[in-house]
Design a binder for this molecule. Structure first.
Ligand code: PLP
Ligand code: TYF
Length: 391
């Protein structure tokens, strides 16, 4: 039997991590996988999360099963975090944002097997592989202008004009992965109007809430879509913004047109959890809920999130200043316009290879860099490598 299995291509991002590990050069720079790093290069356990962990260790009296949908306190807390006040929503806890994306798409397929899913070109590669795995049609829409490194507004408008009733548009709520280019408020409003007018449904992948400009700022696009459209899906990840990566914490939040539809959605979503693994992981979700529900822990968490944003923004500014000095041009200023951990440099695969082989600088093939992977010392080296490669 097993010999009949198709050979699977490796995950490109994780494959790059293996290559990096095998590189003996001491000065190698990891700008690959999207993980936050502080100034010392560590991916810390956040202070509020650690405190919540200590409290939980003392207070927890049982590890018995929770509910199929997940811990109710976690679901209430993340629903409020993402949407503010939003009635008529259904929600389940999921293993990470990936679990939420996967089950959200399964929910779409269950409700409408004909639905096409519009995806930004480019997008997170796992979106495409999950859609292919589920046998769902992915329709790419233009998103990134490789000349300006900003959102291709006209391309986006032009391609979303092909939306039909019942199609789904998968959007990155903030900190677009892999480009770093986000819509501004006007464009979010316009996209919401286009989707609504077509009778299509937005699905928002929200994996970096709080890592762009702040919780409220980063949630604004999602909220605009949810309030404009009668139905919407949100796939939330708590990996980056709570630093809970390996605990696998996420949620699928679905807003419905009325109470009856919300109840049907809740039933279907709980069913999907049950079919996949019965109960979603609880430990990390409980820590996130404790942080969100305790005013002091919440304040501490927001402070540290602010420090993380400042760290990344500081590196963006330093890199742009270095590039300005070396090239006497502002052509790299887009790096400070980008949000979140990533920027796409617009380098060719050959240029990416050159920077890796000559300078030990690792980025994904599409020339996405994880800004947080830079140490202050690496900034001049990256700038030199970019200029040398002809960017
Ligand atoms: N969606 C996007 C765009 C991501 O970049 C990630 C990874 O960080 C995820 C979803 C899901 O992450 P996780 O499953 O680790 O929560
Ligand atoms: O894009 C990234 O780097 C993050 C982390 O299969 C990640 O989203 C990478 C690969 C993967 C899952 C998560």
């Amino acid at each position: 039997m097993l010999e009949n299995l198709p050979k699977q291509a490796p995950d490109g991002i994780l494959h790059l991590m293996e290559q990096l590990r095998a590189d003996p050069r001491a000065e190698k720079v990891d700008l690959g996988v999207g993980v936050y790093r502080d100034a010392t290069g560590a991916t810390p356990i956040m202070r509020a999360v650690r405190q919540a962990g200590r409290r939980l260790w003392e207070a927890e009296t049982t590890k018995t099963y929770t509910a199929l949908a997940g811990d109710a306190a976690f679901l209430a807390a993340v629903r409020a975090l993402v949407l503010g006040d939003a009635p008529e929503t259904a929600a389940i806890a999921t293993p990470g944002g990936t679990g939420a994306v996967r089950l959200g798409l399964e929910l779409v397929r269950m409700a409408n097997p004909e639905a096409r899913v519009f995806v930004s070109d480019p997008t997170w590669p796992n979106h495409l592989s999950i859609l292919a795995h589920l046998g769902m049609e992915a329709v790419p829409f233009r998103y990134f202008d490789a000349g300006t490194q900003d959102v291709d507004r006209d391309g986006l408008r032009g391609d979303l004009a092909a939306l039909r009733e019942g199609d789904v548009v998968l959007l990155h709520g903030c900190c677009h992965n892999p480009t770093g280019a986000d819509p501004d408020t006007d464009l979010w409003e316009e996209v919401a109007r286009i989707i609504r007018a077509a009778g299509a449904i937005p699905m928002i992948d929200l994996a970096y809430l709080g890592l762009g400009d702040g919780i409220e700022e980063d949630a604004a696009g999602t909220r605009a879509l949810v309030s404009a459209c009668p139905e919407a899906l949100v796939a939330l990840s708590c990996s980056k913004n709570f630093g809970l990566y390996r605990e696998r914490v996420g949620a699928l939040i679905v807003s419905a047109a009325d109470d009856m539809a919300a109840e049907l959605a809740q039933g279907a979503m709980t069913h999907l959890n049950r079919q996949a693994y019965s109960f979603p992981p609880d430990h990390g979700a409980r820590l996130a809920a404790m942080v969100l529900d305790d005013p002091a822990l919440r304040a501490e968490w927001l402070t540290e999130l602010g420090e993380m944003r400042a760290q990344v923004k500081g590196l963006r500014t330093a890199l742009v200043e270095e590039l300005r000095a070396r090239t006497s041009s502002g052509r790299f200023d887009y790096i400070t316009r980008h949000r979140g951990m990533f920027s796409m440099l617009g380098a060719s695969p050959a240029q990416v290879t050159q920077m890796r082989e000559t300078h030990g600088i690792y980025m994904t093939r599409d020339s996405r860099i994880n800004i947080a992977g830079l140490g202050a010392r690496d900034v001049p080296r990256l700038a030199a490598a970019m200029v040398e490669a002809g960017l």
